[in-house]
Design a protein around this ligand. Structure first.
Ligand SMILES: N[C@@H](CCC[C@H](N)C(=O)O)C(=O)O
Length: 283
């Protein structure tokens, strides 16, 4: 720990119930908390309680700032959709000047543009989806091919899974009735299945209509969360690839709805949703 107890300030934010401890880390090049400390802070009984810790760092390549995230098990992820919306409001709260009505952010998924909308929501250009098995990564298809509706036996059930990387890896499974899926049984089995060498975020999805998808997520390194922004993008992409939805849809998560559009001109995913400050404190 590189700070005296009771001196490191944090702000707690949530995006659709996916909650984070946010730290202004601009005075140091590396996160001020180790992976173990981040996991301890996330503990819901002995810590602040959160799905992850997100650090706002100075940019390295001329963007407005840089983002790094630890899941609540202490593993580092490349990107977080709900978290980056929270970070947009946090940067505004810190009085940071930006680019136009938002910011340009360096993430593990590349340079992303975020916009604070007049109604308080945040729109994020999440970049393009990566679909080749090698890019996920998964061994469910040959390295240079997509894993779309690929067969995978998990927990004694033969599932059909579509894999999408949004900076981080996602497996999407379409089911007839979401209510019947035992998330706590199958989520951990998918996360550590041998076909996903970097583990995987898993989403069970029901198609309500071509513009309305309902989803439950089991996140890599965080377990069941109320929402996953990168996952919502992955679900829309998987739905389009399987001929199940339009390129623009509302993705309904346990924490609320989020709007996702797969833009044909740029091949980028656009995510629009809320972010809210909950409280602040000192660690
Ligand atoms: N909740 C996030 C994703 C956080 C990272 C994920 N658990 C991973 O390890 O890839 C989101 O909103 O995108």
């Amino acid at each position: 720990m590189t700070f005296a107890p009771g001196t490191l300030s944090f702000v707690k934010y949530e995006g659709l119930g996916n909650d984070f401890v946010l730290i202004d880390n601009r005075t140091a090049a590396e996160p001020v908390l180790s992976a173990e400390e981040a996991a301890a802070v996330c503990d819901r009984h002995f810590g602040v309680g959160a799905d992850g810790v997100i650090f706002l760092l100075s940019a390295e390549t001329g963007a407005d700032f840089r983002m790094r995230i630890y899941n609540n098990d202490g593993s580092e992820a490349q990107m977080c959709g709900n978290g980056i919306r929270c970070l947009a409001h946090f940067a505004r709260e810190l009085g940071m000047g930006g680019t136009g009505s938002g910011y340009r952010v360096e993430t593990g998924a590349g340079l992303l543009n975020i916009d604070l909308l007049a109604d308080g929501r945040v729109r994020v250009d999440m970049g393009p989806p990566h679909l080749l098995a090698d890019e996920i990564p998964t061994t469910l298809a040959p390295a240079d091919q997509k894993a779309v509706a690929a067969s995978i036996p998990v927990g004694g059930v033969d599932w059909r899974v579509t894999c999408v990387n949004m900076g981080n890896p996602h497996a999407v499974v379409f089911v007839d009735e979401l209510a019947t899926v035992d998330l706590h049984r199958f989520g951990p089995l998918f996360e550590r299945d041998r076909h996903f060498p970097e583990r995987v975020n898993t989403h069970f999805a029901e198609v309500i209509s071509p513009t309305h998808l309902r989803v439950k997520a089991w996140e890599r390194g965080a377990g069941p969360t109320l929402a996953c922004g990168t996952g919502a993008c992955a679900v829309l992409v998987a739905a389009v690839l399987n001929g199940l939805s339009h390129t623009e849809a509302t993705v309904e998560l346990p924490g609320g709805p989020i709007e996702i559009r797969w833009d044909g001109a740029t091949n980028h995913l656009l995510m629009t949703g809320p972010a809210r400050k909950v409280f602040s404190g000192l660690l």
